[in-house]
Design a protein around this ligand. Structure first.
Ligand code: FA5
Ligand code: MG
Length: 425
């Protein structure tokens, strides 16, 4: 547990954006990787990838990772994930899960749901925010929460970014699967790249008139029935509960939580679509529901995968455990290597944020960092605030040496000081 209550998601946060594009929170990771070559014995954790292939389209690094634009905050570690499309790998847990969800929709809705899984994750701020009514001062728009390519282009932070364009193109029932990107805290259920599946379903007056119900109630009930059916299809029996919430694009809005490893895990957000979104596409007399599933979270429950970093592992001991079309398989941890704990304390500045700190740590340690948590915080008489974070280093694949961890920690200390304007204690 963290001392702050770190919210698991950005769209449900009530707070208002605190950051502007003043550049204070911008990092240029590129410089720390492209400077003098590392000694031969040390592996570069993120080799600089010069281009990626996103569904057949080549995207150059220089178009996405830019040192000359103060609004650009995409590090190389994130650029290298673009185009990986884990959801399109049939033998990967994310792909297996996606296919199982497709099966559910195909058999229950006579293949009425069209499927999109290759839409580019590089979208405009209009698509990601404006089209789905995200207010101008919403926290999700900040450089602290979202990866910006430039002031009008982002790495989508949710698959809802495609709702409006698909509606405009005339689609009425669809599923959109894709990789999404968020600057976030670090622990076993949060990763800066993950996968979502969006579902969208438009109804016409004929659909709800017969039921005698009001259109919103009709859609809300249909939505819950659909998602409960999906949960049963995937899990058989599982403990779940609905929680009321807020999204800018739906009203009413709900989250579904599943009981997993002695805690409630939020696996999806959903609701009845705001009328304004439908009107923008000329749907004046309709009602619709929408949902956004976190595929990693569902796959963790389904396959008993204890840590979200594992989805990115190339280790055969992970990849060989999953087969195309096999849902019931439980992951057998190949071993649990010892964790190594390191604390770091510093006086923060006004511009300090936990997401920025996490990104520095992730930029240095990559997937060797398992968790970052605030373990102590106080303000002295002069009004200076100190934070102490505990960093848990642990590899999924091998034991880390003391030397290696000390080296990582010392780099973290240097970088934190250099990039975050904090004073180490
Ligand atoms: C959204 O992203 C909304 N677009 C979902 C939605 C769609 C609501 C349509 C209404 C209508 P949220 O930020 O809560 O909502 O994220 C949705 C799901 O993504 C979460 O329930 C969770 O399962 C998953 N998720 C969120 N952040 C992370 C993360 N850092 N790592 C892994 N999974 C995450
Ligand atoms: Mg949420």
């Amino acid at each position: 547990m963290t001392i702050f209550s770190v919210q698991s998601t950005i769209f449900t946060r009530a707070s208002v954006a605190i950051l502007s594009s003043n550049g204070l929170n911008r990092f240029s990771f590129a410089s720390s990787f492209s400077s003098s070559p590392l000694p031969k014995t040390k592996k570069r954790r993120f080799p600089i990838v010069s281009a990626v292939d996103i569904g057949g389209v080549t995207v150059a690094r220089n178009d996405v990772v830019r040192d000359d634009d103060p609004t650009n905050n995409v590090p190389d570690s994130i650029f290298s994930k673009l185009g990986m499309q884990l959801h399109r790998r049939d033998k990967h847990p994310i792909g297996i899960l996606k296919n199982a969800i497709y099966d559910y929709f195909d058999s229950n809705y006579a293949k009425q749901f069209e499927k999109f899984e290759d839409l580019s994750p590089i979208v405009t701020t209009k698509q990601n925010f404006d089209d789905v009514l995200v207010p101008a001062d919403h926290v999700s728009r900040s450089l602290n929460d979202t990866y910006y390519v430039d002031s009008q282009t982002v790495l989508r932070c949710h698959t809802s970014a495609h709702q409006a364009e698909l509606l405009r193109e005339g689609h009425r029932r669809f599923l959109v699967t894709g990789d999404v990107y968020r600057r976030d805290s670090i622990d076993s259920t949060h990763y800066p790249v993950f996968h979502q599946m969006e579902g969208f379903c438009v109804f016409s007056p004929g659909d709800w008139n017969e039921s005698g119900k009001d259109s919103t109630l009709y859609a809300a009930e249909d939505l819950k029935k659909c998602l409960e059916g999906l949960a049963r299809h995937l899990f058989g029996g599982v403990e779940m509960r609905w929680v009321d919430t807020y999204f800018p694009f739906t009203e009413p809005s709900f989250e579904l939580e599943i009981y997993f490893k002695e805690d409630w895990l939020e696996v999806l957000g959903c609701g009845v679509t705001e009328q304004r979104i439908l009107k923008q596409s000329g749907l004046e007399n309709n009602v619709a529901w929408a949902f956004g599933l976190g595929l990693e979270r569902l796959a963790m429950v389904l396959f008993d995968i204890p840590d979200i970093r594992l989805f990115w592992s190339d280790d055969e001991r992970f990849t060989s455990q999953f087969k195309k079309g096999e849902l019931g398989v439980k992951f057998k941890p190949f071993s649990k290597y010892p964790p190594c704990y390191k604390d770091i304390s510093f006086w923060i500045s006004e511009s300090f944020t936990e997401n920025n700190f996490c990104e520095v740590v992730r930029g240095i340690a990559g997937d060797l960092v398992e968790e970052v948590k605030l373990i102590d915080s106080f303000t002295n008489k002069k009004g200076m605030t100190s934070h102490c974070y505990r960093i848990v280093f642990r590899s999924m694949e091998r034991s880390l040496t003391d030397e290696e961890v000390n080296d990582l920690q010392s780099k973290v200390r240097d970088e934190v000081q250099r990039k975050l304007n904090v004073e180490l204690r």
